[in-house]
Each structure stands twice: as C-alpha cells, then as structure tokens.
Design a protein around this ligand. Structure first.
Ligand SMILES: Cc1ncc(COP(=O)(O)O)c(C=O)c1O
Length: 498
C-alpha cells in the first residue's frame, strides 16, 4: 500500500480553504455550480441536466494543474512529489522498475515507446494489425517498417497472434532490425506465446515493445493469460481504462528496461504528444483503479470469470450461435482471455453488424465491435451475472427471430503490398493525384487505409497499390465494412504520389 494514497492525500489536502490563481479556470468545479444556479428554474432543461452539473462540480474538485507544485509533473520524475510517489506505487504493483502514467491513452504511449527505442531511419518489425499509433511512430521517427502478417484463422474468421517461428524467420531475414513491436493480446483476447518471442529477441539483443492495451488486468488472476510485463519485454504499454476502472485515456507504460526511461522523458517533453495540461482527474482515477486491482482484483475477476464461463456455455447452446474458448488454441493462440466472448452469428442469417445494431437499438446493449461473422462482447472485473444474463437473454431473443443460416462473406486479408517509399516520405510528399481505382493499380499510395473488419491496415502510404488490395477493400466496402483513412467516401478513387 506504500505510496498508494500519495496522490489521493495530496488531492484531499487541497480541498479546504484553497484559492487557486492558476489554471484550470473552473475553480475546482465551482464554474459548473454557477451555471446550475442560473439554470435551476429553466423549464426547458433536458432531464438530468442539473444532476450532471452537480456531478461535474464534484469531479472538478480533483482537477488541478502543474502549477500546484507538490502534486508533481508528468514531464520529470520526482520521488518527493505526490505523482512521483504514485509512480513508485504503480511500479511496485506491476512488478517493474519504473512506470509512467498517461492521461492521453495508450496511443501516445505507443508513439513515445517506439521513438524511445529507435533512431531516425531504423528498421523495425511490427505486426500489420498494429494500432494506428504504431504507424504514427513510424512516420514521426522516419522508420523503415517490416511487417509480420498475423496468421488468420479461417474457421474463426479472426486474426491470431505472431508465433515465435514467424518472428524467428523475420529476424533471420532482417538481421538489422533495431526494435520489435508486438500486440498482445489481440482485440479478441487471443494471446500468443509472448515469453518465447521475448526470449528469442533477448538472445538476439533486439528490444521488444509490447502493446498490451487490452491486458492490464492479467497479472491479477491465474486464469487469465500471462501478463505481458512478466514476459521479458523491455517496455509494455497498457490501457487501464479499457479493462479496469480508470477513466478513459488512463494508461500505463511499464518499463522493464530502465535505459528507455531517459529517452522516453525526452520525447515526452519535446515530442509534443503529451498535453502540458495533463489530467489529474484521470491520474487519480488510474490510482484508484490500480488500488482496486490490488485489493479486490482477484475476487472481482473470479466473479466476472464465472459469469462469462456461464455465458459462453449458454450462448453456445443457442441455435445459430457459436463461441470458442481455449480449446481452439493453436500456433499464435496460446491462451485466451475468457472475459472476451466472440460470438459467431453467421448461423443466424444476419451479419455481426446487424446483430450489433439490434443489440444496441432494441436492448441497450453495446458490444465492443462487430465483423461480418462475429460480435465481440467484452467483460471486465466490474461485470457480474446480472449484466451477463441480460446479454444472453437478448441473444436468445434475437436468435429466435433469425431468418436462418446463409453464407457471410469470409474475406481473407490480401498479401502485403511491396513498400516503395518510406511512410514518412509518402506522408510528406506533394503533389498527389486522385485516380480511379483501376488506374491507381501499380502506383504508390499516398493513403493509409485500415479495413474493419479485420481491423488492420490493408494499404499503407508508400506502398504499391496492388489489384488484390483494391479488390479486398472494395469487397469490405460492398459488404458493409468500414474503410478508415480512405479519402473517397464510396471508395471510387485513391490518392497516389504525383
Ligand atoms: C491494441 C490497441 N492498442 C492501442 C490502442 C489505443 O489505446 P488508447 O485508447 O488507450 O489510446 C487501442 C485502442 O483501441 C488498441 O486496441
């Protein structure tokens, strides 16, 4: 518990008899209270409006700026400040030498992490289905990317993790790699053999950075996959807000390799990715969330795991629906986070998108995402049987009205197109030309387009536009999927380097 209360105590001391002559301007929430006084008798207010202002007034009490020096700063580690002591607490709970908390999500952590481990022009290995922030780091740092295409499980309609064998082959082919960036687990809770990957890289002296955005809770229950920070990776990023109780954008960078701390702070200070008005509310929520994990994590996770075990079995019994568990393990899929339930709805005659739409509009149930074939339900330590039961009942009702099986498109991502120009150069290149799709084939793309599904970049700026890529993107669009980053709304043209 040492230092676990440091930020909270400092915050509470600031509650009484304090006059802030610094930012933020709402003056510890009083700005919202003034608006509430003015609106009190306004008959046109939406229901709940005054309650919301009251809530904001309360939350505002914990919102301060770096001008309150004893709270500390994200731009320099100082063990004498509340924030410094909090970092020590977080490091102890996660069993790593150093932690940097983010109030801008894991997105900036991925950028800072990869930039800290590399120099301009370095060759780095990353998964093709990496989060967009990893691609941002490639552009910012002018890196040369080499991609690992995730293995695709046709039967599940899902991507898997990188296998140690794939990694070894890539290392043999590219002995000049300066860093490797892996995602663990993937969105569907599928976790590869990360320890074997880390060991391989340790032997070759290549630093491993792991995006474990969805794995912040793993170390707190033995039935969850192995925690990324225990694998031997140099640096792990994770979104506390995704699977634990932090407010949105509360994330942690866990350093096993201390030598990365100094360049990380340098980029945090000068890179421009971290707001100089970082949020003490989010930081406070991060500490509370980690405190909860430490004190209640195992018991709450046990509860949630039992509820999802029940749900998985029930859903599997519903005609037309299928789920999978750890029995589906294979290379690239060593363990599964049981709190993720991927429901294959293809037996219903509806797409995952249609089932998502019905769940949200008719039952007020919001899944994490949908693909043609699947709907992904994500549960956390806060969930229990009550909510889970409602989801199962809703799925039962939807399934009972289903038209019957029909073949959903099963689109396998196309081969990786050849890299012709580094992503940074492509991003900066002008002029560009807008060409109809057929004419764009063979040209160098100025656009980076990710397709949902599968939720991965299909074409990256600087790559050659191949017929397979165009066909795949057209098929995704036709089937109701989304093309993120495409300049043409209906995907009729592509921007190429002019
Ligand atoms: C694998 C992965 N990495 C990173 C991120 C970004 O995390 P954040 O939302 O905390 O910025 C996401 C967000 O969805 C993600 O899925």
């Amino acid at each position: 518990m040492k230092h676990g209360f440091a930020l909270t105590e400092a915050q509470l001391e600031l509650q009484d008899d304090v006059i802030e002559c610094c930012t933020p301007g709402h003056r510890m929430g009083r700005g919202f209270a003034l608006l509430a006084q003015d609106l009190w008798f306004d008959p046109g207010l939406p229901k709940g409006y005054l309650q919301m202002l009251d809530d904001f007034e309360k939350i505002g009490r914990y919102d301060h700026s770096m001008s309150v020096l004893e709270l500390g700063s994200l731009f320099a580690y100082d063990p004498e400040t509340a924030l410094g002591r909090t970092q020590d607490f977080l490091a102890r709970v996660y069993g790593v030498p150093f932690v940097w908390p983010s109030t801008n999500g894991t997105s900036i952590l991925n950028i800072l992490a990869l930039m800290s481990a590399t120099q301009a022009g370095d060759k780095v290995l990353l998964q093709r289905d990496s989060h967009v922030s990893v691609y941002s780091a490639i552009v910012h740092q002018g890196l040369e990317p080499v991609y690992l295409k995730p293995n695709y499980a046709k039967d599940l309609g899902l991507p898997l993790g990188v296998t140690p064998e794939d990694l070894a082959a890539a290392l043999d082919q590219h002995p000049d790699l300066r860093a490797v960036f892996l995602t663990y687990p993937n969105y569907y809770g599928i976790a590869t053999d990360l320890t074997a990957c880390a060991e391989l890289l340790r032997r070759r002296g290549v630093p491993l950075i792991v995006d474990s955005a969805h794995g912040a809770h793993y170390r707190f229950h033995p039935d969850l996959p192995q925690a990324a920070e225990e694998s031997g990776a140099a640096l792990v990023t994770q979104s506390q807000h995704k699977t634990c109780s932090s407010l949105s954008q509360g994330s942690l960078a866990l350093f096993n390799d201390r030598s990365l701390v100094e360049p990380f702070y340098e980029w945090a200070n000068l890179g421009g990715f971290v707001s100089t008005s970082f949020s003490f509310i989010i930081l406070q929520s991060l500490v509370l969330g980690v405190m909860q994990l430490e004190r209640q994590g195992r018991a709450l996770l046990q509860n949630a795991l039992e509820a999802t075990l029940w749900a998985r079995q029930e859903i599997h019994r519903i005609p037309g629906l299928k789920t999978f568990g750890s029995e589906a393990a294979r290379p690239g899929f060593k363990q599964l986070d049981p709190l993720r339930i991927t429901v294959d709805v293809s037996g219903l005659g509806w797409s995952g998108f249609e089932v998502y739409e019905r769940l949200s509009s008719e039952f007020n149930i919001y899944p994490e995402l949908a693909t043609f074939q699947n709907v992904l339900l994500m549960f956390t330590l806060v969930d229990d049987l009550r909510g889970v039961r409602r989801v199962v009942q809703a799925l039962r009702q939807i399934a009972s009205e289903a038209p019957g099986p029909f073949q959903q498109p099963r689109l396998e991502p196309p081969p990786l197109p050849p890299l012709r120009v580094l992503p940074r150069a492509a991003m900066q290149h002008r002029p560009r030309r807008n060409l109809p799709l057929r004419e764009a084939i063979g040209q160098v793309s100025a656009e980076t387009i990710s397709a949902y599904p599968p939720g991965s970049a299909i074409l990256v700026g600087g790559e050659e536009i191949t017929p397979e890529v165009v066909e795949f993107l057209q098929a995704v669009k036709r089937s109701g999927g989304t093309l993120k980053g495409a300049s043409s709304r209906n995907f009729e043209t592509l921007q190429v380097l002019g």
